[in-house]
Design a protein around this ligand. Structure first.
Ligand code: C5P
Length: 232
């Protein structure tokens, strides 16, 4: 995948935040990166970007070699709009809103089961490691992409709570959604992520397990910062 990510620094510290869909990884990771003044990698957006390109080009979501070739050829870029919001471009087209749809999320979860796809996206993810540090959010950040991370967090919450969060998020973004369908999707995605052969969703052996069900974002963040202090 072609991107404008600058030269990486293999010595820069990394904090990985892994967990299932709707566990709050995105919100917590962004806030943590902002607090520390570190870079942020939303690895799910990368899988969604590839899914979006596959849907656009009519490439089947189980066509491993076609998808790996697509990953090499597409031009993806992540940045910030003049108004300060996060933006994602695919071959110069702004796909920020499309990436967050359930269609793209489900397609991403399907192609993410293919080892060829995961291998094609690995180097791209590692290129985001830059000084002063990186907060990397995903499913396999601590187990596969950055196994030498300084701190590994595995965030969880019940499927019902995660589905409710996704439902509110999608509704706030103007999508028409049904809670029961989101819960069903959440369970199906969990199962696919946990049972795939390559890089399944599982905590790293040295991960700090954090159930943030019923917690405010600030509370979760404080726990992570405290943990960081004990090792820093
Ligand atoms: O986190 P997000 O919902 O944006 O990710 C979309 C899909 O991409 C997930 O359901 C998951 O299957 C896949 N993914 C992955 N590994 C990652 C990040 C995302 O398999 N590191």
């Amino acid at each position: 995948m072609i991107s404008k990510a600058p030269t990486p620094d293999d010595r820069a510290p990394v904090i990985t935040i892994d967990g299932p869909s709707g566990s709050g990884k995105g919100t917590i990771s962004r806030r943590l990166a902002g607090t520390l003044g570190w870079h942020y990698l939303d690895s799910g957006a990368l899988y969604r970007l590839l899914a979006c390109a596959a849907l656009r080009d009519g490439i089947a979501l189980d066509d491993a070699s076609g998808l790996a070739a697509l990953a090499e050829r597409i031009n993806g870029d992540f940045g910030v709009s003049p108004s300060g919001t996060e933006c994602v471009w695919l071959d110069e087209e702004d796909v920020t809103a499309r990436l967050r749809t359930e269609e793209c999320g489900n397609a991403a979860s399907k192609l993410a089961t293919l080892p060829e796809v995961r291998a094609a996206l690995l180097a791209w993810q590692r290129r985001h490691r830059r000084t002063p540090g990186l907060v990397a959010d995903g499913r396999d950040m601590g187990t596969v992409v950055f196994p030498d991370a300084l701190l590994k967090i595995f965030l969880t919450a019940s499927p019902e709570e995660r589905a409710r969060r996704r439902y509110n998020q999608l509704k706030d973004n103007g999508n028409k959604v049904i809670l029961d369908e989101i819960l069903e999707d959440t369970r199906a995605r969990d199962l696919r992520d946990r049972t795939r052969k390559t890089a399944p969703l599982e905590p790293a052996k040295d991960a700090f397990m954090l159930d943030n069900g019923g917690q405010e974002v600030a509370e979760t963040l404080a726990i992570i910062l405290q943990r960081l202090q004990t090792i820093g």
